[in-house]
Design a protein around this ligand. Structure first.
Ligand SMILES: *Cc1c(COP(=O)(O)O)cnc(C)c1O
Length: 394
C-alpha cells in the first residue's frame, strides 16, 4: 500500500463504519470495537515507526483488549504497562517489548515485575535506589529508566498536566544528579494528552538543554503517550523528521507509547432508552451510565458524540439509571423523536472506556463485542452478570 493511502485512512472523527452497524445485533449496553479501525490506526503507527526508526509501544492503560493483542503485535514493537497486573496482561496476551512505569512500586510486586519487564521505569530516585539491588540480584538484563518532569507545561487542563505545580509524576528535571544518572539507561517523559506535534517539539526544546550532558551515557529516550498521531490533522511528517533528527544527533533509541491513538474512533457504546420523562425539559433515561460506563464524561469532563445526533431541535438530557444526580451524559437532539426501547450509540468509546467501568449502584456492566467492519464478523467477547457485581464486594 502506498504511504499516502495509509495516511489517508486515519480517523477523522464521526461514526466511520459504525454508521452502518445494526445496533440491535448486540445486547444492551455493549461496547463494540471495530478490529478493522484498530488495524488502520496500527498501520499509521507502524509507518511512523518504520520511517522514523522509533519503537512504538501500545499503552495498555488506555485500551486493553486481549482479543486484539496478536493484531497489535503484528504492527507495534510491544506494550507499556503501569504495574504488575498490566505487566502480566502484556506477557500473557501481547507480544514484543514491555516497558513498565509506575508512580509507586511495592516491594512484594518487584520480583515479578522485574521478571516480566524489559524496561523498568522509576518515578523517583528514591524508588530507583530502593529497588536497584533487587534488579542487580535478579541478574536480568533489564534497562533502568527514570521518568522526569520536564518542568515545561503543555497541559491544557491541570488534572491532565504532569508538569502542573506540585505534580507527583516524574522527577523534576532540575533535580537530576550525576549520582543518580549513573544508574539510568533511559529517560522517560509523559506530559501530553490528546495533543498534536508542536507541543512535543516545544517540550523537547525545553528539556533538551537540561538533559544534554547525560545523553551520551543513555540507551534510549521515551516520549510517553498523549500523541494524537492517528487523528487526521496530526502532522506525522514533522514527527518522523523530528525523531530521525534526534536519533541522528544522539544515537539513542526513541520510544513512543501512545494509548488513545491506537484505539481512536474504533469503538462505540450502544445503549437503550428506558424512559422519557420531562422536567422543564425533555429527559431520557438510558441503560448507559456516565458514572459507571463512561466515567471520563464526568471526570475529564467531555461530551461524547452520539450516533445520528443532529444540531437543530429540542434537546433531550440523557442520563443513566443510577441514583447519582450528576449521572448525566449530555444534551442531544434526535433526528426522529426517540421512543422507549430505541437503541442509541456514543462514538469514540474504545479508549479510556471499558478499562474504567465500575458497578456502582449495581448498574450492570456493558458487554464487549468485537466487530470487523471489513468482513462484518461479529463476536461477543464478554457479557457480565450479577456475579461480576457480587465478586467485587464479597
Ligand atoms: C497514559 C499514559 C500513556 C498513554 O497516553 P495516551 O494519552 O493514551 O496516549 C503512555 N505512557 C504513560 C506513562 C501514561 O501514563
Amino acid at each position: 500500500m502506498a504511504d499516502d493511502q495509509v495516511m489517508m485512512e486515519t480517523q477523522a472523527g464521526g461514526p466511520g463504519e459504525f454508521a452502518r452497524f445494526d445496533l440491535t445485533r448486540v445486547p444492551s449496553p455493549c461496547f463494540v470495537i471495530d478490529e478493522a479501525a484498530i488495524e488502520n490506526n496500527l498501520k499509521v503507527l507502524a509507518k511512523i515507526s518504520e520511517q522514523s526508526g522509533a519503537k512504538i509501544l501500545s499503552a495498555l492503560k488506555a485500551f486493553s483488549l486481549p482479543a486484539v493483542g496478536p493484531l497489535i503485535g503484528q504492527y507495534l514493537s510491544g506494550t507499556c504497562s503501569s504495574g504488575l497486573f498490566e505487566a502480566r496482561l502484556a506477557r500473557q496476551h501481547y507480544q514484543g517489548e514491555l516497558a513498565t512505569y509506575c508512580a509507586g512500586y511495592k516491594m512484594e510486586d518487584m520480583p515479578e515485575i522485574i521478571e516480566l519487564s524489559d524496561h523498568l521505569i522509576f518515578n523517583s530516585p528514591a524508588q530507583l535506589k530502593r529497588f536497584l539491588p533487587l534488579v542487580k540480584d535478579s541478574g536480568k538484563d533489564i534497562h533502568i529508566g527514570l521518568r522526569i518532569n520536564p518542568e515545561h507545561s503543555e497541559g491544557l487542563v491541570e488534572k491532565y498536566d504532569p508538569c502542573a505545580p506540585f505534580s507527583r509524576l516524574g522527577t523534576p528535571v532540575s533535580d537530576l544528579t550525576d549520582e543518580i544518572m549513573q544508574h539510568v539507561d533511559g529517560l522517560h517523559f509523559h506530559t501530553l494528552c490528546e495533543q498534536e506535534f508542536a507541543p512535543l517539539l516545544r517540550t523537547w526544546e525545553a528539556v533538551k538543554p537540561k538533559i544534554e550532558r547525560y545523553l551520551p551515557n543513555l540507551k534510549w529516550l521515551n516520549f510517553g503517550g498523549g500523541h494524537h498521531i492517528t487523528r487526521s490533522d496530526y502532522d506525522r511528517d514533522a514527527l518522523i523528521n523530528f525523531i530521525q533528527n534526534i536519533r541522528k544527533e544522539t544515537g539513542l533509541e526513541i520510544y513512543l507509547e501512545p494509548g488513545e491513538a491506537v484505539a481512536l474512533d474504533a469503538g462505540i457504546l450502544i445503549g437503550e432508552i428506558l424512559d422519557l420523562p420531562e422536567n422543564e425539559m425533555k429527559l431520557a433515561i438510558t441503560d448507559i451510565s456516565a458514572t459507571c460506563h463512561m466515567p471520563d464524561v464526568i471526570e475529564a469532563p467531555y461530551r461524547p458524540q452520539m450516533l445520528d445526533e443532529v444540531e437543530e431541535g429540542e434537546p433531550y438530557r440523557l442520563g443513566g439509571p443510577s441514583c447519582l444526580a450528576g449521572d448525566v451524559i449530555g444534551d442531544y437532539c434526535f433526528k426522529n423523536e426517540p421512543q422507549i426501547g430505541d437503541r442509541i450509540a456514543f462514538l469514540d468509546q474504545a479508549h479510556y472506556s471499558f478499562v474504567k467501568t465500575n458497578t456502582f449502584n449495581g448498574v450492570p456492566l456493558p458487554a464487549i463485542a468485537l466487530w470487523n467492519s471489513k468482513t462484518d464478523d461479529l463476536r461477543i467477547v464478554r457479557t457480565f452478570s450479577y456475579d461480576d457485581f457480587l465478586m467485587r464486594i464479597s
